[in-house]
Ligand binder design. Structure first.
Ligand code: CDP
Ligand code: MG
Length: 622
């Protein structure tokens, strides 16, 4: 357990042996009655109709409230109806956590081990085998798969899930699949079927896009949810982060004053969630239950964080019912709005904000920004409180915030992020005319041209816009084009060893443990500063490389991590990623025409040159 100290996502571990939360958590197990709940999900009634509709139509849209059983049950129905005889049933998810946790759940329901009949594949982690009939994967993985198998010959059904999220990759997949059917590719198998699933029916144009394909709606019941504006945040608070404190206040008040039922809190990201959990722990611990709780008996609050980068083992306990008399409180990113359903929630605390990737065309950079959620998003969050009984949604903001700051809908990602990676993918798929590609919603032509320019400057495409040999090599890497370009430069100089640790460390979540308690925080910061000063001060990349190397060469890497307040689990992932990147390079280098260069100079100079080759857009002249 020692290595688990402060693992990302674990709520701040308290040293006192009185850690009742910990003990409660350890007691949680999957009860039998829970295992059978999937038998009465709303989708069950539509089973026959759904299977028939998939048989009869190349494209089908399935909509239904979150929690109706779309993600976990439909793939199973199709498997049982024999679809997998013609190939794998592939289900895409925009988020890695959802892909893994849903696969786990379905494997459990089908009584098989994960990676056998039911498996998953996400970036840098493939848990599937020859026998895998139902494969959950991120939409990015399917897109990459299409580069080696553009006709999807290995699949019998492709289910594009969570379509309402409108991620960039899902949008591109829409176009690619439409094209696949339009072109009547000679390799496309007769029986390939495409199902698009969405939690909302707002996808008006989608059926028309797929040749007016049928839409099956799964009616699901929802109990009434009371909506309360707590008025703690107004339009003026759009820019600051006081929402963390507001969320904590509302949550504790619910715990003290409302009758039994679990709480789901919506926040923006990992650090805010960890901070909130820490504050909740402190507050919940100081509650004197004898005096504070009025008319009912609540023993305690079980606080569980949930966010994208969370380790798999920790995600599972989110779904388990709390021990009797304990109220569960899940503090989550937007992932719980539609991607994952947690049962037993009666209270929702809506923090009002979300992290969104926006492209700044002036800087040429994608930036993760905290922005107010849309009204449609707020309604999704509200709905989470009414799944198993009537509930209440507490919105920390006021009516003015709702009216003035929250847009009706989110702008789809394709209209607000850099298109460099996907345009390169399209080029590798021999889709030359990226402007006339069948987009569900056409991105701004400026964004397309900017991406083309960037790719040209990276030597990934030539003057006429065709992908170059280098571009093809770049597409092999599941990394940003900038980083990939730097790695390939290093490989051509035969010194990829310099760059791979950095690339691997950039591909995993932050390795630095930031404990909540003040004194520990100081110690951790001191340790981190020591590491950074070995790297010559403020050089982030060099610090990452030093952490990687020192840990790897240490006789006891996990102890090394503990000593330096570094997440051992993240470093393990980084080691794995480094190995996989090394393997890609090894294969590329076997090609006879792999470019070779030479440069005599100190290692640091070579490293700087490689980084400049990749990150040339971030260079300034002094
Ligand atoms: O996709 P949709 O929102 O329609 O529902 P789903 O994800 O298939 O979830 C159906 C039910 O499965 C939920 O109500 C949860 O009870 C359960 N589930 C779970 O317990 N653990 C998971 N990892 C995923 C789903
Ligand atoms: Mg779902």
């Amino acid at each position: 357990m020692a290595a688990d100290r402060g693992a990302v996502g674990s709520p701040p571990r308290r040293s006192a042996p009185s850690s009742s939360h910990q003990r409660q958590r350890d007691k949680m197990q999957i009860p039998d009655e829970k295992k059978s709940t999937y038998c009465d999900l709303p989708i069950k009634q539509q089973r026959r109709k759904l299977v028939q509709a998939v048989k009869d139509n190349p494209f089908l849209i399935v909509t239904g409230r979150t929690g109706s059983g779309k993600t976990t049950q439909l793939p199973k129905y199709l498997y049982e109806a024999g679809f997998s005889k013609h190939g794998t049933i592939g289900v895409t998810q925009p988020r890695k956590v959802a892909a893994i946790s849903v696969a786990q759940r379905v494997a459990e329901e089908m009584n098989c081990s994960l990676g056998s009949l039911v498996g998953y594949q996400v970036r840098f982690d493939d848990c599937s085998s020859q026998d895998t009939a139902i494969k959950y994967m991120t939409d990015g993985c399917l897109l990459r798969h299409m580069m080696v198998d553009p006709d999807l010959t290995k699949f019998s059904v492709i289910i594009l899930d969570e379509a309402h999220e409108r991620t960039l990759t899902t949008d591109i997949l829409f176009g690619l699949l439409k094209k696949l059917f339009q072109e009547k590719s000679p390799n496309r198998k007769e029986h390939l079927k495409v199902v698009v699933m969405s939690a909302t029916i707002e996808l008006v144009g989608l059926s028309a896009f797929f040749g007016n394909c049928p839409v099956v709606d799964i009616p699901g019941k929802i109990f009434p949810v009371k909506e309360i504006f707590c008025n703690l945040i107004g339009p003026k608070d759009k820019e600051n982060s006081s929402y963390v404190n507001a969320v904590v206040k509302v949550t504790i008040e619910i715990h003290l004053n409302e009758s039994a039922g679990d709480i789901l809190v919506f926040l923006t990201g990992q650090s805010e969630i960890e901070r909130t959990c820490e504050l909740l722990f402190q507050k919940a611990e100081s509650i004197d239950y004898q005096y504070d709780v009025q008319d009912h008996s609540i023993d305690g609050l079980l606080i569980l964080p949930l966010y994208g980068a969370m380790p798999t083992e920790q995600q599972r306990r989110i779904f388990l019912p709390p021990p009797p008399g304990i109220r569960k409180c899940v503090v989550s990113t937007n992932i719980s709005a539609t991607s994952l359903t947690i049962d037993g929630i009666r209270y929702v605390v809506d923090g009002g904000f979300v992290k969104q990737l926006n492209h700044n065309p002036r800087l040429g950079l994608d930036m993760l920004e905290v922005v107010p959620i849309s009204k449609s998003e707020a309604m999704q969050r509200t709905g989470r409180a009414g799944r198993t009984s009537s509930g209440t949604c507490f919105r920390i903001y006021n009516q003015d915030f709702w009216d003035q700051c929250m847009p009706d809908y989110m702008i789809p990602e394709i209209k607000r992020t850099s298109l460099t990676s996907v345009i390169l993918t399209l080029k590798c798929l021999a889709i030359h005319d990226v402007i006339r590609f069948p987009y569900l919603e056409r991105p701004d032509e400026k964004l397309i041209l900017e991406a083309l320019k960037h790719l040209y400057q990276c030597d990934a495409i030539d003057r006429s816009g065709h992908v170059t040999k280098l571009g093809l090599s770049m597409a092999e890497f599941p990394l940003s084009p900038n980083l990939t370009r730097a790695i390939l430069k290093a490989a051509s100089l035969d010194c990829e060893d310099l760059l791979l640790p950095i690339a691997a460390m950039l591909s995993v979540e932050s390795v630095f443990i930031r404990p909540g308690e003040a004194e520990k925080q100081e110690e951790a910061e001191l340790r981190h500063q020591e590491l950074s000063s070995q790297a010559g001060g403020f050089n982030d990349f060099a610090t990452l490389a030093i952490i990687f190397e020192q840990c790897k060469s240490s006789p006891s890497p996990s102890a090394w991590c503990q000593k330096h307040w570094i997440h051992w689990r993240c470093l393990q992932s980084a080691f794995r990623v480094e190995g996989q990147l090394r393997e890609i390079i090894r294969k590329l280098k076997q090609q006879p025409d792999f470019p070779r260069e030479s440069f005599d100079g100190p290692r640091q100079e070579i490293l700087r040159r490689c980084l400049c080759t990749g990150y040339f857009t971030n260079v300034a002249r002094r």
